[in-house]
Design a protein around this ligand. Structure first.
Ligand code: HEC
Length: 161
């Protein structure tokens, strides 16, 4: 172990971590997932203090449907697809091809999430669909588009192909 504490920086980090462990009465919330912290009767074992700070690796994003997703849908999509996704938005009568009804499972079940993502990001034309479905890749980031796909799955109560 001592071989790992080579320079002042890491020694400082260890001392600081030690002081934190001692000062925090073992209530160290940051230690989740790391080796068990020392109990009160047990002197802190230096080996349990990571010398290198472990960066918090974010869990793989699940793109949950949030209030922001629904707000985005109302703001950008409802004008054509309707407030409830039924394809009856205020612009629907004026598109050459009717906006897709996002509550219709029969159709949406035949499409994969990747296909829906692609059409939303790059527009109808890019996915072999009508050009009056605009492309949103310049306006919305990928995370938002993924969560919109999940929202459409909620609207249709259906699974991806
Ligand atoms: C200007 C009107 C308009 C707006 C705004 C619009 N769409 Fe569309 N969308 C359409 C039309 C029209 C179609 C049908 C295209 C077709 O069937 O060829 C469509 C189709 C789709 C489809 C089905 C693609 C497929 O595989 O058939 C999805 C998913 C979709 N839109 C998502 C969205 C989302 C999400 C938004 C908001 C970010 C949005 N649309 C905004 C007009 C619009």
């Amino acid at each position: 172990m001592t071989g790992r504490i080579r320079n002042h920086k890491s020694l400082k980090a260890v001392l600081l971590a030690l002081a934190l462990v001692l000062g925090a009465c073992g209530e160290d919330k940051q230690s989740a997932g790391r080796p068990r912290p020392p109990t009160e009767n047990e002197p802190p074992v230096v080996a349990t203090v990571p010398v290198e700070p472990v960066p918090q690796t974010p869990a793989p994003k699940a793109h949950p449907v949030t209030a922001k997703t629904k707000e985005t849908y109302q703001w950008y999509c409802a004008q054509c697809h309707g407030v409830k996704g039924k394809g009856n938005g205020i612009n629907a009568p004026h598109t050459a091809v009717p906006p897709r009804d996002h509550t219709k499972a029969a159709y949406l079940e035949t499409r994969s999430d990747e296909q829906l993502f692609h059409v939303i990001k790059f527009g109808g034309l890019a996915g072999g669909r009508a050009p009056c479905m605009p492309r949103w890749g310049h306006t919305l980031d990928d995370d938002m588009i993924h969560s919109l796909v999940n929202y459409i799955r909620e609207l249709c109560h259906c699974e991806a192909l």
